[in-house]
Ligand binder design. Structure first.
Ligand code: URA
Length: 461
């Protein structure tokens, strides 16, 4: 019997080094005991802590991706199951494509649960403001289901690079001082502070994005499991928001929209929303895109423009409508007398979807599922900005805003109402449609109609 001792529950590198040696030495999975830290190794004869073994063999990339995530699961058999799969892959290199294989299925299930936990941590960590000798420090308490904290640390370092923060969890604590990431032993909830001024921002954010016409308690619980509620200041508002939903719905329809001062809590709430969207994994598109391209513009804009999805240049720069379609859009806005600096510009889908042709990334239309997955962001942008007029540029934007497929030529040219008290909207073509028209005369004619639409939408406010 071989005993392999890994340094930690999430010690992927240790597992990889060890399993390489085991496979090269033809040690079958049944003859290996995996343990973490100081396990009951003395019960076994021939116990070794293997040094990395020289030698190599190729492993399919999807297996490595699967193993990196699955190893963070808490199932004690995960190390052995991954070893077994690795051995089987040597005889059946295509095994990873066999989604009906029980072992592949089980490990995919582990990886999926881990990815979900990673996402939950990104979405539900709430920092409380504290001061210590070094100045302000933000502290959060979080209870992950799996061993994901170290794997998630880079995300928090990137997102909150300029803050000093600590995330406390039962197994490990991680600390960022603006330059260096360090870790310490696990903590308890009592070590984390309760309520502070940052809560005001979360509460404003949540109260403003709460759309009473869309209260679906089941869906809310799915997105924000009760387990995390106790750490999230905004959830204290939920019962009261649901109770007053009816009243707020009619108020929302009839009340004039309040003027928002940039720099106020709405701006902070928008920043929080954008931050959250940066870690979005609600559909698969995040995997191949460079980054989330969130909406931009003043949070008190009277007009919001919604495109389809970022293109190649938007994906690289992180800003909406900066490529060829964006330049066409800017020119048309100018001719319609609308100042781009005063409008809010966003997209129905926030990640670039494309197909590779050689080295070129060719735009590919988002499907209904991708548009629906991204609705969460556009709904909240609308709820925060509360534009007097929302212009849908093209069919995907119209589908996202209206929740159904519409024919642009039929809806164009008049103000329509968005569902759920979402306000006035105007539907027109997407600027890239104009770029694609092969005939010069048709292009001129369609461009003039587009400018006329923008002008009419602005005038209808
Ligand atoms: N097309 C869009 O719909 N949005 C962009 O941001 C760029 C091109």
């Amino acid at each position: 019997m071989r005993v392999v001792t890994l340094d930690a529950e999430d010690d992927f590198d240790g597992w990889r080094d060890a399993v390489r040696g085991l496979v090269l030495d033809h040690i079958p999975p049944a003859q290996v005991v995996w343990q973490v830290g100081d396990g009951p190794g003395e019960l076994f004869v021939g116990m070794t802590h293997q040094p990395p073994r020289e030698g190599a063999f190729s492993v399919p990339r999807p297996f490595i991706d699967l193993a990196r995530n699955a190893i963070l699961h808490s199932d004690r058999e995960r190390f052995a199951l991954l070893h077994t799969l690795l051995v089987r892959l040597r005889d059946h290199p295509k095994l990873m494509d066999d989604q009906a294989d029980p072992l592949v299925c089980r490990l995919e299930g582990f990886a999926k649960a881990v990815r979900r936990d990673i996402h939950k941590m990104r979405a539900f960590v709430r920092f409380r403001e504290m001061s210590d000798d070094g100045g302000t420090r933000y502290i959060a308490w979080f209870e992950p289901e799996f061993h994901i904290v170290r794997a998630n640390a880079a995300f928090f370092v990137n997102r909150f690079a300029s803050m000093r923060w600590s995330i406390l969890t039962p197994d490990v604590t991680i600390h960022w001082d603006g330059k260096r990431l360090t870790e310490g032993p696990g903590a308890s909830k009592a070590d984390a502070p309760d309520g502070d001024p940052v809560e005001a921002v979360w509460k404003t954010y949540y109260a403003s994005i709460f759309n009473p016409a869309r209260v679906k308690v089941g869906a809310m619980l799915k997105e924000m499991p009760r387990k995390y509620w106790k750490n999230m200041p905004e959830t204290a508002l939920v019962p009261q928001l649901i109770a007053s939903a009816q009243a707020r719905e009619s108020e929302m329809v009839t009340t004039a929209k309040a003027k928002i001062v940039p720099g106020s809590n709405i701006a902070a709430a928008w920043a929080v929303l954008r931050e959250e969207a940066m870690g979005c994994t609600r559909c698969h598109l995040y995997k191949h895109a460079t980054q989330t391209v969130f909406g931009e513009g003043p949070v008190d804009a009277e007009m919001m423009f919604v495109g389809e999805q970022p293109g190649d240049q938007e994906d690289l720069s992180g800003h909406p409508f900066v490529g060829p379609a964006g330049q066409m859009f800017d020119r048309a806005l100018g001719e319609a007398g609308v100042d781009r600096a005063r409008v809010y510009v966003t997209n129905a889908v926030k990640h670039f979807k494309y197909e590779l042709r050689g080295k070129r990334r060719i735009h590919s239309k988002p499907d209904a599922g991708e548009i629906t997955a991204c609705r969460r962001w556009i709904d909240q942008e609308l709820a925060l900005v509360k534009p007097k007029m929302t212009v849908a540029l093209g069919a995907s934007a119209a589908r996202s805003l209206l929740g159904k497929t519409v024919t642009i030529s039929r809806e164009r040219g008049r103000v329509i109402e968005l569902p759920d008290g979402g306000g006035a909207a105007w539907i027109t073509v997407h600027p890239s449609y104009l770029l694609r028209l092969p005939d010069e005369a048709a292009r001129h004619e369609e461009y003039a109609k587009f400018v006329a639409d923008l002008r009419a939408a602005a005038a209808a406010i």
